[in-house]
Design a protein around this ligand. Structure first.
Ligand code: HEC
Length: 118
């Protein structure tokens, strides 16, 4: 089993490989941020609960309506503030630049989902 540090190194490695081999494909800054968010989503194991497409637990399709980007970051840092006892507290675990990319990725996932009833 890879531990979280190994995984992070691996993800950075993958990102560098990908980044260098396909500079021409990743033209839009937006795309880059979404891809970085995807790496973080996997590196911090968000996909374990939320699913690779974000369609498992929770509902990212309505995020924009319910939370500002700052609130989403607040939520991820401490889900307990929102009554969520299951999700890990990520305060001090995820650096703020990664949190920003995660927000972009959550919006991206949400835009591909049909809203579900919670
Ligand atoms: C141990 C499981 C678990 C992990 C790991 C996890 N979450 Fe969650 N998350 C949840 C649960 C459960 C909810 C509440 C879902 C609901 O309200 O139905 C939630 C809710 C959320 C919400 C609010 C969604 C909404 O519609 O209200 C966001 C944003 C979120 N998670 C982001 C993340 C991110 C980003 C990560 C990784 C850094 C992550 N989560 C990791 C279990 C998890």
């Amino acid at each position: 089993m890879l531990n979280i540090v190994d995984m992070k190194v691996f993800v950075v490695f993958l990102f560098l490989m990908f980044g260098f081999s396909s500079v021409a494909q990743v033209t839009k800054v937006d795309n880059r941020i979404v891809l970085e968010g995807k790496s973080a989503f996997e590196a911090y194991a968000c996909n374990n609960c939320h699913g690779n497409k974000g369609d498992n637990l929770g509902d990212f399709s309505g995020l924009k309506k319910r939370f500002s980007d700052e609130e989403i970051i607040r939520y991820i840092k401490n889900p307990r503030l929102y009554g969520n006892k299951l999700m890990p507290v990520y305060d001090g675990v995820i650096p703020s630049d990664k949190l920003n990319t995660l927000v972009h990725y959550l919006h991206h996932l949400g835009s591909e989902q049909t809203p579900k009833k919670l």
